[in-house]
Design a protein around this ligand. Structure first.
Ligand code: SF4
Ligand code: SF4
Length: 335
């Protein structure tokens, strides 16, 4: 299938029985936000600052409401079906990785319901950013993993590759706006995908020996060196599409109360602070070591996949230029 760019607004209108999310500017940040009825979207911008995980795993989420002194618990109403347009392939892969966590020991109904209700329409990355390294950690600029439809920008229009039943259903609801694609369209898309791979300039070192090798570097001086300038701001984890840690707290205003969960970060000292005052990760050295071990060793042990998709956000957005690829290179050299 393909669609002309001048029909994109009609496409959005045709599927807008569901909430349609697309990248939009919010101040300096590009975020996925609901598209107002009748408006168009610009999918040409770079990848979003805040990854699409924020739609299925919001930064703050009410788990239940209650009134102090009473025993009734009120569950929040789930939001219903949604479509995300223009999701980058790395971020779609990240959602598949995070699914492991929310369906592992106990199914998380909040996350899993939103995931089941969500259709992901991806956009192949034809101009990878300077710090993207998806192709060296199992992905690629036109990876299909986790997507229901993959779009490729062909200039005047988009080629739509339908990948799942959800994608099929979505395209059927806008059938009159789509045309059959021809072989030349697919050939053009394949060429663009191959060219995009060649535009990626950064690579992770050979990740093969890293998961098993990291525990041997537990006391290596490299951790003090790579964490020396860290401010402990947590940006690298908050904005990472595979980071999924949260805290749960009860809040009250008068008798009205709610239990909510909010994103947490292993880069914060409070994350591991015990009630006794002891902290097993007392400095940024231990916290940085944990961040890398979690993504490149513990997660591989548990779920057989590296919890990093090479989106480059933690490199682009770290205020003191701490670079996960430099850390991985030092790890590779030390092994
Ligand atoms: S973004 Fe940079 S400074 Fe902030 S916690 Fe992460 S590594 Fe440290
Ligand atoms: S660790 Fe960095 S590069 Fe890897 S997925 Fe997270 S933000 Fe992206």
């Amino acid at each position: 299938m393909k669609i002309n760019k001048d029909k994109l607004a009609d496409f959005i209108a045709a599927i807008s029985e569901q909430t349609v999310y697309a990248p939009q500017k919010r101040g300096e940040a590009l975020v996925f936000a609901p598209v107002a009825k009748g408006s168009n979207v610009n999918l040409a911008a770079a990848n979003t600052t805040i990854p699409p995980k924020s739609v299925v795993f919001p930064q703050t989420e009410t788990l239940l409401r209650f009134e102090l002194g009473k025993t009734d618990l009120e569950a929040p109403v789930q939001e219903g079906k949604a479509v995300m347009l223009g999701v980058r392939p790395c971020d779609a892969r990240a959602m598949v990785i995070v699914d492991n966590v929310f369906s592992w020991d106990v199914d998380d109904p909040y996350y899993l319901q939103k995931r089941a209700d969500l259709t992901l329409v991806g956009l192949a990355c034809l101009e990878p950013c300077v710090n993207c390294f998806c192709s060296s950690v199992g992905g690629g600029p036109a990876s299909k993993e986790g997507l229901d439809v993959l779009m490729t920008d062909l200039g005047d229009g988009y080629l739509l590759e339908v990948l799942t039943e959800k994608g099929q259903t979505l395209c059927q609801s806008a059938e009159g706006l789509l045309e059959e694609s021809v072989k030349e369209d697919k050939d053009a898309a394949e060429k663009l995908h191959a060219a995009a791979v060649n535009k990626i300039t950064r690579q992770a070192p050979d990740t093969g020996p890293i998961p098993a090798g990291l525990p041997r570097l537990w006391e290596d001086p490299l951790w003090a060196e790579v964490s020396e300038s860290c401010l402990g701001c947590g940006i690298c984890t908050y904005l990472c599409p595979t980071c999924h840690c949260f805290d749960i707290q009860d809040e009250s205003e008068g008798c009205d109360s709610r239990r909510c969960r909010t994103w947490d970060s292993c880069m914060f000292p409070e994350y591991t602070l015990h009630a006794s005052g002891h902290n097993p990760r007392p400095t940024r050295r231990e916290r940085t070591r944990n961040r890398i071990n979690h993504k490149y060793s513990y997660f591989v042990d548990k779920f057989n996949v590296i919890a990093c998709v090479g989106c480059g956000r933690c490199i682009n957005l770290c205020p003191v230029n701490i670079d996960i690829l430099n850390i991985l290179s030092k790890v590779g050299e030390a092994l």
